[in-house]
Write a protein that binds this ligand. Structure first.
Ligand code: KG4
Ligand code: ZN
Length: 359
């Protein structure tokens, strides 16, 4: 089974071809960073328009990369939701149309199922059931994955997702979009001992999370320290400008570091509780924030408890077409049939309602 996968749920246009025997045989991606950078975040209408311009050329490129023609694929998978509705509509309409035009089955895929299964594409030894920490720009969830389509959310963020908190905190520190990776880079130079930020919702039992207070805490710390720095500058007018710039840069890095440490520690504590409660043999880390090296490093410590910790490669953590092709292939191989000639694009779509393809 060979499946073309299309991802257009947010700000990356991803196309890939996955073959259940040969593996990933094409994988192309166009990031919209340049389109949105001037606005400091994703502008949904611009995202939709850029997907329209990029998608068909990327489909052509994926066939070229694989050395195949459209008649060589057995199905088409596209992200049906959740995500930006206009962006999703582009991938859904193109995916469904290609399937109809080629006389092949096409199937709408849940974006988070794509993230959740992505680690299995690179490591065939991961088996259900497993526990997953899914941390992306829109979601922070701890999921017990029992079988394909059988997912139970056992903990989740009640407000901002971890990625969203990274992006917002980066913005208030004056970092360019996309903020998460920028903040992580800056935090490398930060002093972990200067500030200690709270670990939200860890002082009470449960697996739910909350990151919006942490973002506010970062803002208040940043403003207070900035004010203090300005007062010091006023009282020591003879200090050269470069020393002041250096102090400001260090403050920025120290706040970034304290924020990152707090998010990572909170996710670690919640995962530790989930592991104690469910006793899984494997913890899978998925989604864009899964690319964070400090988080990866911290969660790896569960290996000492006998829990295998599995990460997709960095490129497979963030949005891509490969995870959609892979999820589509898993479903189509198990006989999933989506016979609608129309398509739905869903801004919201609870992952717990998915179901197994044969159920
Ligand atoms: O999974 P993803 O690519 O898109 C969504 O489905 O949302 O995740 C994107 C999120 C963004 O919030 C981005 O800032 C964050 O993942 N992210 C990171 C890192 N790389 C991406 N956050 C922290 N550290 C990183 N290295
Ligand atoms: Zn995603």
């Amino acid at each position: 089974m060979r499946v073309l996968g299309i991802e257009t749920s947010c700000d990356e246009t991803g196309v890939a071809i996955y073959d259940n025997e040969a593996g990933l045989i094409a994988n192309v991606l166009h990031s919209q960073v340049d389109v949105h950078a001037a606005y400091g975040g994703v502008v949904p209408e611009l995202a939709s328009r850029d997907h329209i311009a990029r998608l068909i050329p990327l489909v052509d490129e994926s066939f070229h990369q694989a050395g195949l023609v459209p008649g060589d694929v057995d199905g088409v998978a596209f992200t049906e939701g959740p995500g930006l509705i206009g962006a999703l509509l582009v991938g859904c309409s193109v995916g469904r149309t290609l399937g109809l035009a080629w006389g092949k089955p096409s199937i709408g895929i849940h974006h988070l199922e794509g993230h959740l299964l992505a680690p299995l594409m690179e490591d065939e030894s991961i088996n259900f059931p497993f526990l997953a920490l899914l941390v992306s720009g829109g979601h922070s969830q701890i999921i017990e994955a029992r079988a394909l389509g059988d997912y139970e959310i056992i903990g989740e963020s009640l407000d901002d997702a971890a990625g969203e908190a990274f992006d917002k905190t980066a913005k208030l520190l004056g970092l360019p979009y996309p903020g998460g990776p920028e903040l992580a880079r800056l935090a490398e130079r930060g002093d972990p001992k200067r500030f200690r930020f709270p670990r939200p919702m860890t002082d009470r039992p449960g697996l739910d999370m909350s990151f919006s207070g942490l973002k506010t805490f970062s803002l208040n710390t940043w403003r207070r320290e900035l004010q203090q720095l300005e007062n010091e500058v006023d009282s020591t007018a003879d200090v050269p400008g470069s020393a002041q710039d250096g102090a400001l840069e260090q403050l920025r890095a120290d706040v970034a570091r304290a924020f990152e440490e707090a998010v990572v520690d909170t996710l670690y504590i919640k995962c530790r509780r989930a592991i104690d409660a469910r006793n899984p043999s494997t913890l899978v880390v998925a989604g864009g924030v899964g690319a964070n090296l400090r988080l990866r490093d911290r969660l790896r410590s569960f290996e000492a408890k006998g829990v295998r910790v599995s990460y997709p490669s960095i490129g497979m953590c963030t949005d891509n077409g490969a995870m959609i092709a892979f999820a589509g292939c898993q479903r189509l191989m198990r006989g999933a049939l989506d016979e609608r000639r129309s398509f739905a694009a869903r801004a919201r779509w609870p992952i717990e309602t998915l179901g197994h393809p044969n159920a």
